[in-house]
Design a protein around this ligand. Structure first.
Ligand code: GLC
Length: 431
């Protein structure tokens, strides 16, 4: 592709008479100019800054390439909407897409098989489950970039202040501690203080939070890997009713409009006792300008009736667009951005979890982000959303799940009605 472009450019230059005769008498074309690669990247937390830094580093090593980093919407669901417009138009505007761990099965047809570009050997360094997730019909459609798991953040200083020695092991513990600390902090003058913040907006983030509640109650994984739709059960209903009970009591009414960054902003400003969020919030919370720097810690999410807590599996990959005019160069950039060195830098600076196993025993990484070591089991045992089994309809299935869950949070329907609706609509969708 690139050769064709350069040849075409030479022809144009020739016709325009811009060839010069060198001292040696040979004709040389004037500089062909850089090729441009555009990366559609996220901007949650430090994502955009880190991606731009990677682009700058890559450009200094590859002066013939210009990398543009395009900022995309924070909410996963909106980001997918944008990407689908590019795919629909078979647009080559974006060469590399940052894609969610739940998307490979839905959008594989628009992506390049990276195995054709020598990715197979590098893939072996990454967590096999993510490589498997990113392999659709034998094609590796994306390289893992960072992985995610839902975690519980808590204010260690306030635990001590209110006489609690252990972070909550169960949702009941969490409710009890949240109520007590919220009442205490308000009585002490902070009317903006809340017990627990999380992701309650009607979008993919709620699918993650609600899946965690449901799994922790023993209510299954919505649709099991064998295709059985299991969401219509009393344990799942109870999980949703439990969360609805938090709204307006230990969580602000506005939590039903919260994404990751809304929760983080409130927690980081010092206005919440507990927060459910992804690992990226750790490094920002400990930044010098954070009100809670050094005052919080992170543990696995609380257990429900199943006796165990659950973390949703998240994470992002880089994929090359089939419609790119510079696929080979795009893959080269993508391999650089997902490399060991880059993942290490992102882990240390931004607490983005590597997908390369070896980085979990890297001393510098563990020093910057100790919980990568202490919570390793949470990361490798996280609960996957049913994206592979429902592909290519996962986005729709998830929408059915999160919009019904949202209606429970806002009091429009009970958990029992919601899980029945979910099951019926998902059945219609995938059968
Ligand atoms: C995080 C996760 C992603 C998930 C999203 C939901 O970005 O990495 O997998 O879909 O949150 O909001």
């Amino acid at each position: 592709m690139r050769t064709t472009k350069v040849l075409a450019l030479c022809l144009v230059l020739l016709l325009a008479g811009t060839f010069s005769i060198t001292a040696g008498g040979q004709q040389e074309a004037e500089e062909a100019g850089p090729i441009t690669l555009t990366v559609a990247a996220g901007a949650v937390g430090q994502e955009l800054v880190l991606a731009k830094e990677a682009a700058t580093a890559y450009m200094s090593m590859n002066p013939d390439v210009e990398v543009i980093v395009l900022e995309t919407p924070d909410l996963t669901t909106d980001r997918l909407g944008l990407y689908l417009q590019y795919f629909e138009a078979q647009s080559g505007v974006v060469d590399i897409y940052q894609i969610d761990v739940i998307w490979p099965g839905d959008i594989a047809e628009h992506l390049v098989d990276l195995n054709q570009y020598g990715a197979a050997s590098v893939a072996a360094d990454h967590f096999p489950a993510i490589i498997e997730n990113n392999t659709v019909d034998g094609k590796l459609v994306a390289m893992p970039w960072f992985t995610d798991a839902g975690l519980l953040y808590y204010r260690a200083d306030l635990m001590e202040k209110y006489g609690f020695s252990e972070p909550p092991a169960t949702w009941d513990d969490l409710e009890m501690i949240a109520e007590k600390v919220q009442a205490g902090e308000r009585a002490a003058g902070n009317q903006d203080f809340w017990g627990f913040v999380w992701q309650g907006n009607s979008y993919e983030g709620l699918t993650c939070d609600a899946l965690e509640w449901v799994v922790s109650m023993g209510g299954g994984n919505i649709v099991e890997p064998d295709g059985e739709i299991t969401i219509n059960n009393p344990k799942a209903a109870k999980a949703l009713d439990m969360a609805a009970g938090w709204v307006g009591t230990i969580s602000p009414e506005g939590v039903t409009g919260f994404g990751e960054e809304d929760a983080r902003n409130m927690f980081q400003a010092g206005n919440a006792m507990f927060m459910r969020n992804w690992p990226y919030a750790y490094s920002l919370g400990n930044a010098p300008d954070s009100a809670i720097s050094g005052k919080f810690d992170v543990v696995p999410l609380p257990a429900g009736d199943s006796g165990r807590g659950a973390a949703a599996l998240g994470g992002w990959q880089l994929a090359a667009s089939k419609y790119s005019e510079n696929v080979e160069e795009a893959v080269d950039l993508l391999m650089y951005m997902t490399s060991y060195e880059e993942q290490k830098r992102r882990a240390i600076v931004g607490s983005y979890n590597p997908t390369i196993k070896g980085l979990y025993s890297d001393a510098e990484v563990l020093e910057a982000t100790p919980f990568f070591g202490s919570l390793y089991d949470v990361f490798v045992n996280a609960a996957a959303r049913p994206s592979t089994v429902t592909a290519p309809n996962y986005a729709e299935a998830s929408k059915i799940f999160f919009s019904n869950a949202h209606d429970v949070l806002t009091g429009k329907q009970s958990g029992a009605v919601a899980v029945r609706n979910m099951a019926l609509d998902i059945e219609d969708l995938i059968k």
